[in-house]
Design a protein around this ligand. Structure first.
Ligand code: ADP
Ligand code: MG
Length: 309
């Protein structure tokens, strides 16, 4: 049976809890199509809007009379994994049941090890949370947080985006996966943790979900990593007159296109980089970038962009 890791992009989840509940019904249909096609599936997903909402809500609640305690960023990430996992489990279970299948579906709250020496920590770039005035930002900066001016709109806290080194719960994930459970793991790129004083401790950072998905695919020895996003294929000269959609490219071609600047940083670039990092780990492994709707067709080789050695 083909083992695949599905990385769900923002459009698979929507932007609010209500929107998400509807969106996952549609997402579940594509996933169960793959189950029916005989695929063994692990699902990872983004959490940008979700963790943003949780973080903002606690920020706002802290300013009320209730003086709700501050919620650290790793805890916000854990909350987002929990409720996205709940929605995915619920929708996939319902879809399986409607089609007469019986299968386990479970979410693993996932911690992802990062290196405190990762160069990303020297230059935090990911904005999180509310906008502040310069005075407020300076005050919080004196407690060790980092702030950056955001396009004239005020000051926002920024955190680093380090690369994933290992997935702490990988053995538990594999155990469930080997028992034919559909596993949701590595949500939002995982909760970043570092080794400290003989244990692991959470840090305020954002790991790109595409990189964590590639790491997950490598660790469970998947045959394919499928990055699902808003486009059916990737393009060179994207959005230009000479735009060209790609069907199959080698790792070497992919590096060349990156150097030529064809993929936007923060959107398509990390996906292509993640695809490369998985495809180059072993002969025969392939990474696919396509849309949710086209996932089954892409796996049959009919569409999507495939990257392999
Ligand atoms: P996700 O939520 O799935 O991570 P993103 O918006 O971060 O989605 O990234 C996908 C988007 O990247 C596409 O919808 C497309 O607009 C954009 N993109 C940038 N460069 C390219 C390219 N070269 N080929 C295709 N899409 C591209
Ligand atoms: Mg993205």
């Amino acid at each position: 049976m083909e083992k695949i890791v599905l990385a769900l992009g923002g459009n698979a989840l929507g932007n609010s809890p209500e929107e998400q509940k509807e969106a996952v019904k549609h997402t579940a249909k594509s996933i169960v199509d793959l189950v029916e096609a005989g695929k063994k599936i692990i699902i990872s997903h983004g959490n940008g809007p979700q963790v943003g909402m949780i973080n903002l809500a606690f920020d706002a609640a802290g300013k009320t009379e209730a003086k709700t305690p501050a919620m650290p960023f790793p805890e916000c990430g854990a909350m987002s994994q929990g409720y996205i996992g709940y929605h995915l489990q619920n929708a996939i279970e319902n879809e399986l049941k409607a089609r007469g299948h019986k299968k386990m579906v479970a979410t693993i709250v996932s911690q992802v090890l990062v290196d405190p020496e990762d160069p990303a920590f020297e230059n935090p770039t990911k904005p999180i949370g509310s906008f502040y005035s310069k005075e407020e930002a300076d005050q919080m900066a004196s407690q060790g947080l980092v702030f950056k001016e955001d396009a004239g709109r005020g000051y926002r806290r920024v955190v680093a985006s380090p690369k994933p080194v290992d997935i702490v719960e990988k053995d538990a994930i594999k155990l469930l996966y080997d028992k034919d459970c559909i596993v949701v793991a590595g949500g939002g790129g995982g909760i970043p943790v570092i080794e400290k004083d003989g244990g692991l401790t959470g840090v305020a950072a954002v790991i790109d979900k595409d990189f964590t998905s590639a790491k997950l695919a490598e660790l469970v020895d998947a045959d394919a990593l499928i990055i699902l996003t808003a486009v059916e294929k990737i393009a060179i000269n994207f959005g230009k007159e000479n735009e060209e959609w790609l069907d199959q490219i080698s790792v070497e071609d992919a590096y060349k296109y990156i150097d030529e600047g064809h993929f936007a940083p923060g959107s398509m670039l990390p996906k292509v980089q993640a695809a490369i990092s998985f495809a180059k780990t072993k002969e025969g492994r392939e990474a696919l970038i396509t849309s949710l709707e086209k996932a089954a067709e892409a796996l049959d080789g009919k569409t999507g962009t495939t990257i392999k050695m």
